[in-house]
Design a protein around this ligand. Structure first.
Ligand code: FES
Ligand code: FES
Length: 249
């Protein structure tokens, strides 16, 4: 059994053992790491201001999905690649093509929603070099903007696609190294805690059954499914909570 979670945060490996079952990825980024590029708006999975990309292996292939960091439990990031807006900065400090397009198409006014839009568009840009307007609108359906309006943002998405450059993008260049790192994270049950707040990550469904059997007292508490809200951006992890422990499968 492991006693720490491991994940890649942009270009660095991160290991944490003091993690509560209710700790969120957004609080970790902003309060612990002081990475303030990822914004907190609603803090309940509605506005998309906190969007980051989470890379995971799906049948051996690396796939990135936009995720609302405010409702993503930190413990569930074990074995993932977390990509934040800070990772888009070029080696020369310049803007990423998606950011440049947002500037040129006037896609930002107050700017509070902008990092979330950029990350959602970045996720789309990596997978689809030439998205249609409908595909852009679908990719942005979890992001709200209250002052610019959506037309310039959709125009920015089209302009970013025309700028090309996917082959030279940071995540494309890192893909092999990131895949190798993720593959090397051996499957195991992980248990971490902060005070009484515990998170148990079973190795698989069979291990979840064992965990529940090992904690008979907690089984007597009603077990209710969590994170029924925001599932689209909560990735495929399913979460169960009973008493003071959260189980992530
Ligand atoms: S802060 Fe609004 S979705 Fe996360
Ligand atoms: S630019 Fe102000 S909320 Fe979007």
């Amino acid at each position: 059994m492991g006693s720490e979670i491991r994940f890649l945060l942009n270009g660095s490996e991160t290991r944490l053992s003091e993690v509560g079952g209710s700790d969120t990825l957004l609080d970790f980024l902003r309060l612990d790491r002081r990475m303030h590029g990822t914004k907190e708006g609603c803090a309940e999975g509605d506005c998309g201001a906190c969007t980051v990309l989470v890379g995971r292996l799906h049948e051996g292939a690396l796939r990135y999905e936009p995720v609302n960091a405010c409702i993503r439990f930190l413990a569930s990031c074990h074995g993932c690649h977390i990509v934040t807006i800070e990772h888009l900065r070029g080696k020369d400090g310049g803007l990423h093509p998606v950011q440049q397009a947002m500037v040129e198409q006037h896609g930002s006014q107050c700017g509070f929603c902008t990092p979330g839009f950029v990350m959602a568009l970045y996720g789309l840009w990596m997978q689809n070099p030439d998205p249609s307007v409908v595909e852009i609108e679908t990719a942005l359906q979890g992001n709200l903007c209250r002052c610019t309006g959506y037309e310039p943002i959709v125009k920015a998405a089209r302009a970013a696609a025309q700028a090309g450059g996917q082959a030279m993008d940071a995540l494309s260049l890192e893909r092999d190294a990131v895949s190798a790192w993720l593959k090397a994270v051996a499957p195991a049950r992980i248990e971490v805690a902060r005070g009484d707040d515990r998170a148990i990550l079973p190795r698989d469904a069979a291990d979840l059954a064992l965990v529940l059997a090992e904690i008979p007292k907690r089984r007597s508490s009603p077990v209710r499914p969590m994170s029924v809200f925001g599932l689209r951006r909560c990735s495929s992890a399913s979460l169960l909570r009973c008493s003071s422990a959260t189980f992530l499968t």
